[in-house]
Design a protein around this ligand. Structure first.
Ligand SMILES: *Cc1c(COP(=O)(O)O)cnc(C)c1O
Length: 393
C-alpha cells in the first residue's frame, strides 16, 4: 500500500499550485474575491464560454484561489483532478447524482453519513433509483447485492461511529470487473492516513469541514478523481447547482492544510493516551477505535490505513439514558456538539438522535458516546473524562 511520501507532502502543502511571482511574492495566497473576469478579445470570451474549464470566466466555475486548493488536494489524494464544494454534503450529492439515471441501482455500505443516506432514501427514489444497503465488512455482501442495473458502489471506510471498514482493494476490484463506479467517503482518514484512489477507487470524497479546515470555522467538501470524471461533474452538477466553494473559504482551507500533518500527528499521540485511559476505566464497557488490537477489523485497518486518530466511541457500563446524559453534561472542557476535526475536543451521545421513548438499553448502538480528541493537552482531557466518569454510578 503506498502512503504519501513525507517530502512530497511538504512540497504539496507549501509550494504546489502557488505562483507567488504573480502576486508580489506574498507567502500567503491571495483571496481573489471576484465573481467575474474581463476579456479584451471576443474570441477569447467565446472560448471561455464554450468550456468553462478553459480558464477564468465566472467564479461559479473556476477561481484562482480555489485552483490553488484544488491542485494541492488532488496531489494529496494522488488524483488527476479535484473539485472543491461548499460542503461535504454537496460533494456527496454531486458524485452520486452525476453517475445515475432513472432505473439505476446503487449498493451502499449500511449506515453511511446522514446526508448520503438522505440522498439515497429521499431524493433518488423520486427518479426511480434504488439503493441496497449492505454490511460492507464482507466482500460477498457486495457481490450478492449487485444487480444488472447496479452503477455505483458507495463506501465509507471507516465510518464515523463504529468505524466499520471495507476492504477497499477488494471492493474496487469487484466493481471494476462489473464496470461499476466506486465512490468512497474518506473523511475519517484524510489522504494522509488513507489513499483510496491508489487502491482503485474512482471517486474519493471528504468533508473539508473536519480535519482539512481544522478550526471549526468553515465548511467545505472535496471530490477527487480522473480528469474525465471531474470534467463530467464540473460541466453538470458543479456548475448547475452552483455549490462550489467561495474564495474566502478556499483560503481558509489552504491555511488549514499548512498545519494538517502537525495537527494529525498531535491528535494521533493524544488519542493513544486517551484510549489507554478509557480502556482501563472500571466504568467503561468498551472502547471502539480502529487501531486498537481488540477492534474486530484491526488487521485490515493496519493494512489499508497509515493512521487513526481523533474519533473513538465509548460504551459506558451504566446502561440507562440518564447515566449517558449525566456523563456528557458533566464534562467541563470537552464540549458537546456535532462535527469533529477542529481544535476543540467534543462529545456526542448517539441517544440525541433517538426519541426518548425509543431508547433501548439493550441496543449497544443507542449507548454509543462518540468522543473527538482535539488539540488540547492529553492529561487535561483525561482529567475531564475522569471527573465526569466519577459522576456516574
Ligand atoms: C461531516 C461529514 C460529512 C459532511 O460534510 P459537511 O461538510 O458537513 O457537509 C460527510 N461525511 C462524514 C463522514 C462526515 O463526518
Amino acid at each position: 500500500m503506498s502512503f504519501l511520501n513525507q517530502q512530497e507532502l511538504s512540497f504539496i502543502l507549501n509550494e504546489l499550485g502557488e505562483e507567488r511571482e504573480n502576486y508580489f511574492n506574498a507567502v500567503s495566497a491571495p483571496i481573489i474575491q471576484t465573481s467575474n473576469f474581463v476579456f479584451e478579445k471576443v474570441d477569447d470570451l467565446s472560448r471561455a464560454l464554450e468550456d468553462e474549464m478553459n480558464g477564468y470566466l465566472y467564479s461559479r466555475g473556476l477561481n484562482p484561489t480555489v485552483d490553488i486548493l484544488r491542485k494541492k488536494l488532488a496531489a494529496l489524494d494522488g488524483a488527476e483532478d479535484c473539485l472543491v464544494f461548499n460542503s461535504g454534503a454537496s460533494a456527496i450529492f454531486a458524485s452520486v447524482f452525476a453517475n445515475v439515471k432513472s432505473g439505476d441501482h446503487i449498493v451502499s455500505v449500511k449506515g453511511p453519513y446522514t446526508w448520503a443516506q438522505r440522498t439515497f432514501d429521499v431524493i433518488l427514489p423520486r427518479f426511480n433509483i434504488s439503493t441496497t444497503y449492505v454490511d460492507g465488512t464482507q466482500i460477498e455482501n457486495w457481490q450478492r447485492a449487485t444487480q444488472p442495473n447496479t452503477v455505483i458502489y458507495y463506501l465509507e471506510s471507516p465510518n464515523s461511529w463504529d468505524f466499520a471498514l471495507q476492504d477497499i482493494k477488494a471492493v474496487s476490484a469487484l466493481a471494476k470487473s462489473k464496470k461499476i463506479t466506486t465512490i468512497i467517503d474518506n473523511s475519517y482518514c484524510t489522504p494522509l492516513y488513507q489513499r483510496p484512489i491508489e487502491m482503485g477507487i474512482d471517486l474519493a470524497l471528504q468533508t473539508a469541514t473536519k480535519y482539512i479546515g481544522g478550526h471549526s470555522d468553515t465548511l467545505g467538501g472535496i471530490l477527487c478523481g480522473s480528469h474525465a470524471m471531474i470534467k463530467k461533474i464540473f460541466d453538470s452538477e458543479y456548475l448547475n447547482v452552483g455549490s462550489g466553494i467561495q474564495p474566502f473559504n478556499a483560503w481558509l482551507l489552504i491555511r488549514g492544510l499548512r498545519t494538517l500533518p502537525a495537527r494529525l500527528e498531535r491528535i494521533t499521540r493524544t488519542t493513544v493516551e486517551v484510549v489507554k485511559f478509557l480502556k482501563q476505566h472500571p466504568k467503561i464497557e468498551t472502547v471502539i477505535f480502529p487501531f486498537d488490537e481488540t477492534f474486530p477489523q484491526y488487521e485490515l485497518a493496519k493494512k489499508q490505513m497509515q493512521g487513526a486518530c481523533g474519533l473513538l466511541t465509548i460504551i459506558l457500563k451504566g446502561i440507562t439514558r440518564e447515566e449517558i446524559v449525566r456523563f456528557c453534561e458533566s464534562l467541563r472542557h470537552i464540549m458537546m456538539a456535532v462535527s469533529w476535526g477542529g481544535h476543540e475536543s467534543l462529545a456526542m451521545p448517539k441517544c440525541t438522535g433517538i426519541k426518548k421513548e425509543d431508547f433501548n438499553p439493550n441496543n449497544r448502538e443507542h449507548r454509543y458516546v462518540r468522543v473527538y480528541v482535539g488539540l488540547e493537552d492529553a492529561q487535561y482531557l483525561i482529567d475531564d473524562l475522569s471527573q465526569s466518569l466519577d459522576k456516574i454510578d
